[in-house]
Design a protein around this ligand. Structure first.
Ligand SMILES: [Fe+2]
Length: 434
């Protein structure tokens, strides 16, 4: 495996950028939605949520706050869990017809991403693939800014409120892909940790491991100095690689996860643990939005896109899904076991923050120390046992590999070069862990 950490390209970048949504964090801050919308000049707003959340107190609190500020609401409650190109298009059509001048999303990453897409396509209509990542789409930047978007996450997971990424299933290819542009980063994130107090254990676990992998992947990503600089500074990608800013958030998020994840999953009344996971999610979201994830996320696209018959408890039972966090973490121990050789120090540090005993550990064992700690935490929180735990067998490895290898934005951000045969080996190593 070629190692990117020691090979600085001649045209490597020499600076990094920090872009993030403005954030308000704290219990009951959803009640600030109306004042914020009014201050952004929004008179009529599209409220994007889903069929489950629409009847919750979170949406009720936001609607009441918007009413208090005399902001008209156009409600859309059909955002799909694990959105598709079709569900993005439906939300965009709603937004175009509703004639709004801003957006507010209340939900998990799927809802927030749906709102980003609805905002983008209703503000700058285009052929759907125009803004989608290459090679599936054409990866164009929108011609100008889009409307203000206030994102209100209700799970402690995706960090979608802080990123310029919207992920969806492209149905005709059975592949997950995304739209990545700083233009769709929400204008404001309202992060109310009390939203996590009623979440089912399985949803908390899946979301938490998404956070964990955001932090681990960003911390171990290829350093920004090892990426060839963009032709113009304004084109510097958000997946710019590990940098001193993202390192700060990753470090703190990993410590919080190591300390609180098991408590938060098993005890819904442990508000300290659940709130701390929301804070970890915020920190990791800011970090990966400015560094980029790598192989576990790249591999997750086909793990969720090719799902056969997996229906985890705590999620809608209509269609089979591998929730995003599960589709990521089933790959993570296998990936970090291998990438550690490219940067053992960072892998070992991460294992220690997650609670592994690393005193006296040999850097040559960094990969197994980190992978073993991840597996320990997965088992302690009821996560699936690798790819077999979400319904795959060894026979699926070629399809999983073919489906994910085009995710160059993510795979190229790994600390080691990942070839197609190397990717297949990573999937093989992820089949089962115990
Ligand atoms: Fe993620």
């Amino acid at each position: 495996m070629a190692c990117c950490h020691t090979e600085i390209p001649e045209a490597g970048d020499t600076a990094f950028s920090v872009d993030t949504s403005a954030i308000t964090y704290g219990p009951a801050c959803l009640g600030e939605a109306g004042d914020i919308a009014a201050s952004l000049g929004i008179g009529r707003i599209a409220l994007i949520t889903d069929a489950t959340l629409v009847s919750t107190e979170h949406v009720a609190r936001v609607v009441a706050s918007l009413a208090d500020a005399d902001v008209d609401v156009a409600l859309y409650d059909e955002a799909r869990v694990e959105p598709t190109d079709e569900s993005f298009k439906a939300a965009a059509k709603f937004a175009a017809d509703a004639n709004v001048d801003g957006f507010i999303s209340v939900g998990g990453g799927s809802v927030i991403d749906t709102s980003k897409a609805a905002n983008l396509y209703s503000t700058h209509p285009a052929d759907f693939l125009a803004y989608v990542n290459a090679p599936i789409g054409r990866g164009k930047n929108p011609p100008g800014p889009i409307k203000p978007h206030i994102a209100c996450p209700t799970t402690s997971g995706t960090g979608a409120e802080c990123t310029g990424i919207a992920v969806f299933d492209f149905l005709e290819m059975r592949a997950k892909t995304g739209i990545v542009t700083k233009a769709i980063r929400p204008t404001k994130a309202l992060i109310d940790p009390t939203c996590t107090e009623t979440l089912p254990a399985n949803v908390v676990a899946s979301s938490a491991f998404d956070v964990l992998s955001h932090a681990l992947e960003s911390y171990t990503a290829r350093p920004y100095t090892h990426r060839v600089a963009a032709g113009r500074p304004s084109l510097r990608p958000s997946s710019q690689g590990a940098n001193p800013w993202s390192d700060l958030g990753c470090r703190e998020a990993l410590k919080l996860l190591g300390h609180f994840v098991v408590r938060a999953v098993h005890d819904a009344s442990d508000t300290e643990a659940r709130h701390q996971l929301m804070w970890a999610s915020t920190l990791a979201g800011i970090a990966f939005g400015n560094a980029g994830c790598h192989a576990p996320h790249g591999m997750s696209y086909s793990v969720s896109g090719l799902v056969n018959d997996f229906r985890p408890t705590g999620y809608p039972q209509v269609d089979p899904i591998v929730p995003h966090g599960m589709s990521v973490i089933v790959n993570s121990p296998s990936v970090f076991r291998h990438t550690a050789e490219c940067n053992p120090e960072r892998h070992l540090e991460s294992a220690g923050w997650l609670g592994a005993d690393v005193i006296g550990a040999d850097p040559r064992d960094a990969g197994s120390v980190l992978a073993d700690r991840l597996v320990e935490l997965m088992r302690a929180t009821g996560l699936p046992n690798g790819l077999t735990g979400v319904g795959y067998t060894e026979a699926d490895i070629p399809a999983l590999t073919t489906g994910s290898f085009p995710q160059k934005r993510l795979l190229d951000n790994a600390p080691c070069e990942i070839t197609e045969s190397g990717l297949a080996e990573l999937y093989r190593g992820a089949l089962s862990y115990w």
